[in-house]
Design a protein around this ligand. Structure first.
Ligand code: ITT
Ligand code: NA
Length: 214
């Protein structure tokens, strides 16, 4: 059976299909309730439960954000709202006022298929831990979200460090044109190259390894 990739964003689906295979993934265009939280994990876990209740088949929710260090992690969990309201160019304008322009993208994938999981979390990748710590978001590998009385959700996380730059490139989506990694903006990369280094690619890699054994 196919995996329902829960998102309204076709750019995310392209990347997931490139990584997991086009036959493995189907977009489930569902606007789950984004609870107010300052971390991505609880938002994604809540969304995965809601989406699973809706379809009754395996779902993967993808919650991502851009965290600019000098701006205290802004726009972070509010990245979608900020893109829709002020837009990417004005986020760059804010960052350009700062001398320190380091930033991180983070992606949390939340999987739910109604079943219980082995509760032992995979150890977090060292680079991701460093990225998370530098982003000011002190975090171990997110604990599997399994509150009593709720559906179990398995979380996977990826992060990529970079630098805020004036917009370049027309690939990718969202904040890709203003985020540079190793001299190239994510919008200047094709999907395969972005996946090889990106927050989403790292999270998909962890998910893919776990899912293959399941
Ligand atoms: P869904 O919630 O329906 O998945 P969304 O685009 O709102 O779609 P997010 O809330 O996860 O998804 O996205 C937060 C914001 O970050 C949003 O403005 C995205 O465009 C942006 N974003 C997410 N992943 C990104 C990436 O890989 N590159 C650039 N921007 C990204
Ligand atoms: Na969203």
């Amino acid at each position: 059976s196919t995996l329902h990739y829960v998102t309204t964003n076709p750019g995310k689906v392209r990347e997931a299909e490139e990584y997991l295979g086009a036959d493995a993934v189907t977009q489930f265009d569902f606007d789950y309730t984004e609870i107010q939280a300052d971390e991505l994990g609880p938002i994604a876990a809540h969304g995965a439960r809601e989406a699973y209740r809706e379809v009754g088949e395996p779902v993967l929710v993808d919650d991502a954000g851009l965290f600019v260090e000098a701006l205290g992690g802004f726009p972070g969990p509010y990245s979608s709202y900020v893109e829709d309201t002020v837009g990417v160019d004005r986020v760059w304008n804010l960052a350009s006022d700062e001398e320190e322009r380091r930033a991180y993208f983070r992606c949390t994938l939340a999987y739910c298929d109604g079943a219980e999981f082995d509760a032992s979390p995979d150890p977090i990748d060292r680079d991701d831990r460093v990225a998370a710590a530098a982003a000011g978001v002190e975090e171990d590998e997110p604990a599997d979200d399994a509150e009593p009385g709720t559906l179990p959700v398995k979380l996977f996380e990826g992060a990529v460090p970079g630098t805020m730059v004036a917009p370049r490139g027309d690939g990718g989506f969202g904040y890709d044109p203003i985020f540079e990694h190793d001299g190239t903006t994510l919008a200047e990369m094709d999907t395969e190259r972005k996946n090889a280094i990106s927050h989403r690619g790292r999270a998909l890699e962890k998910f893919g390894e776990w899912f293959a054994e399941r």
